[in-house]
Design a protein around this ligand. Structure first.
Ligand SMILES: Nc1ncnc2c1ncn2[C@@H]1O[C@H](COP(=O)(O)OP(=O)(O)OP(=O)(O)O)[C@@H](O)[C@H]1O
Ligand SMILES: [Mg+2]
Length: 264
């Protein structure tokens, strides 16, 4: 009997396990459709960037992943589990979902009356992590994002870049399987933006799965495996960064990029 010839073509690449899978997502506010049949997948260890104009539905899309927003239709699957389907929440353990899906917001959302360390400890305490372990993890994470020396400061005593790095440490503290970043540098000056992007670059290099809404197109080009251009609630174009950002197929994408002085 002849052995089958194994060539590159007959050996299929190992499929990447999806950490987030969105199918046929629809969402309306007050009868106005803001997400219109969105399909999206974020594989483990992958970085997907979502770009697009204000009001296009980027934040709503992110918020549907951890069910801060409930979709009207479609399916949301996180870490292999359907959490929302056909307009109904299937997930029975929302706190666990929120631990699996970490989120970093544009405006940090730290607790103002707590120190940096306490901000990182609090979420862990709520998740049942023993106090000493939570404290050690908080200090280690603050060190990792370069703000351990500011651990005893309260948010108002921290710069925007420092606050955002504390917020990243807090999101990491629950050991999420995916991190969502919604315009994490939009309220920061260029120097702080560089600091935060450096932390995110390290997370990317460490293999963190990320979904990112950003206007930092050079950064998106550098770190993303996949770029998604959303406009009017629909995915207009998606693909490898060099295709979408440097050689877009759709006129609408070109128009959007030209507002940045690109494609470049
Ligand atoms: N809770 C809400 N109630 C009513 N309308 C909403 C709500 N949240 C968002 N919208 C509307 O849905 C649309 C999409 O909003 P979304 O915040 O997702 O856009 P975006 O792409 O994130 O915009 P930006 O770049 O300005 O952050 C907008 O028209 C917005 O006004
Ligand atoms: Mg937004």
């Amino acid at each position: 009997m002849t052995e089958p010839v194994i060539t590159e073509k007959t050996v299929a690449p190992a499929p990447t396990e999806a950490v987030v899978r969105i199918e046929g997502l629809h969402k309306s506010f007050d009868g106005r459709l803001v997400l219109d049949d969105v399909h999206l997948e974020v594989g483990r260890g992958r970085i997907v960037s979502v770009i697009g104009q204000s009001g296009g539905g980027k934040t709503t899309l992110m918020r549907c992943v951890n069910l801060l927003e409930r979709p009207d239709r479609g399916t949301v699957e996180v870490a292999g589990e359907v959490v929302h389907s056909g307009g109904r929440t299937v997930c029975r353990d929302l706190p666990r979902l929120r631990r699996t899906v970490g989120m970093v917001f544009q405006r940090f959302h730290l607790f103002p009356h707590l120190t940096a360390v306490e901000n990182v400890v609090l979420a862990q305490r709520r998740a049942g992590v023993p106090e000493q372990e939570a404290l050690e993890r908080a200090v280690a994470l603050l060190r990792r994002v370069g703000v351990a020396h500011r651990g005893l400061a309260q948010p108002e005593q921290l710069s925007g870049g420092e606050q955002q790095r504390v917020a990243i440490a807090r999101a990491l503290a629950l050991r999420p399987e995916v991190l969502l970043f919604d315009e994490p540098t939009s309220s920061l000056d260029p120097e702080a933006t560089r600091e935060v992007l450096a932390v995110m670059r390290e997370l990317a290099a460490d293999g963190m799965t990320m979904m990112l809404v950003t206007h930092e197109l050079p950064f998106a080009r550098e770190v993303s495996d996949h770029v998604v251009f959303v406009d009017g609630g629909r995915i207009v174009e998606e693909g490898a960064p060099r295709d979408v950002l440097d050689n877009p197929a759709q006129a609408r994408t070109r128009e959007f990029l030209s507002s940045y002085g690109s494609p470049s």
